[in-house]
Design a protein around this ligand. Sequence first.
Ligand code: BTN
Length: 266
Amino acid sequence: MERTNIINTLSEKAIRNDLKNKLIGNKLIVFETIDSTNKYIKENVLEEGTVVIANEQTQGVGRKGRSFLSPANGAYFSFVLNPNIEFADVQSLTICVAVAVTNALKKVFDFEPDIKWVNDIYYDNKKLCGILTELNISKETKKIDKIIVGIGLNTGVVDNEVSDIATSVADIVKNDIDRNKIIAEILNEFEEIYINNILGKDIGNIIELYKSRLFIIGREVIATNGESSYKCLVKDMGANGELVVEREDGEIVSLNSGEVSLVINR
Ligand code: BTN
């Protein structure tokens, strides 16, 4: 008989036990069910470093206003930062979150996930984790006054309806799944990169790590930016995180925003 992985209960105490951080995780708020952890952070005044965690979200938010399916047994969490950084650095921050998530997955579960530009984590061509970075801009200074980083990691078995495009830790590993440990480890990995590389303004090695996990280099994708969508071949990623693609007419284009989707022939 096939064995199902045991997924432990989320617990503030257990997460704190594995946390090494000074800033991220200074306050932990754990919910069984919430509408959206990003929304909670947007609507409440919280200390920098506060992490809001949920087992389930009823209105999980994805990029481009899409919804993010967040059934029970997941690891959905968001944290708040108030850094003194420019808009141009937000893309680097997102890249660092993707590297932190992949480092932590390798450390805790011993598998090597892939990254799909700009901030999806994939395994075996299926989405495992989504990352949403949102900004609050101060009306007075017009500068960033709050950054909300939301991470949605599928840990429970995914629904049959989406099993063609989505996967989860439970679908990948055979052992039991310690959600508290993976959340703590992602936060630990991120804080280290945040302090050393983002605030230290030295993300060269993080870009290299990101690139080494970017499984779309050399693959055909559909790039979408605003209204326009076209098929192209991914050639490289530049030093600032921009994706270099070759269009079907041979033109080389650098993408700074938008997103790409895989062309998969199953
Ligand atoms: C995407 O793939 O489009 C991004 C998904 C981000 C989902 C996470 S789950 C935790 C946080 N709360 C939300 O409502 N969204 C983010």
